[in-house]
Design a protein around this ligand. Sequence first.
Ligand code: MRU
Ligand code: ZN
Length: 204
Amino acid sequence: MSTLSFSQAQDAIVAVGRWLDGKGWAPATSGNYSARLDDGSIAVTVSGRHKGRLTRDDVMRVNAEGVSLDGKKPSAETALHLALYRLFPACGAVLHSHSATAVGLSRATPGAGYTFTGHEMLKALPGIATHETSVVLPIVPNSQDMAELDAAITPHLLVPGAIPAYLIRSHGLYGWGQDMAEAERVIEAVEWMIAAELAERSFR
Ligand SMILES: CSC[C@@H](O)[C@@H](O)C(=O)COP(=O)(O)O
Ligand SMILES: [Zn+2]
């Protein structure tokens, strides 16, 4: 895991917001992003900002309990980010996207997960070295209660072979990594596999 200074994290988070918005994965102020800092605090997006138009002022600091360290209002979903940093000491960055295809897949899938099988793109996920495997993207029901969401997702994250991503139904995708580059790769790979599955169905 790599930690960043606050200043480095501000730049990384502003850049990742532009990238995700450019992909169409951060519409209408949706999404939130965070990074673990070298002093143990967390840099996170301020709530309600358009994530494609962030400035350094739209990135703030919270402590491990989610208390604002600079008087700004953190993302409404800060508790979900903090839960991942607590559960995975190697986690250095967390991203949350709101693509139409990820939300569509979550709404069309009644079960607690969607299985990806045989994609070469699986190798973009940490620890996977072959396409000859299957992984489950967990799907949990949406809630405005972050403790409820956290309780729903945690058991899925502890399953052996769990991937660093999950979907909240009718809401969006979470993905994380040891640093921002890995978190970006996870989000991009999962979004790509969702799009590929959709394309496959449209050819049938
Ligand atoms: C219409 S914005 C969606 C929000 O309700 C939420 O899901 C989200 O992702 C952004 O909330 P934020 O508080 O800005 O981090
Ligand atoms: Zn959201």
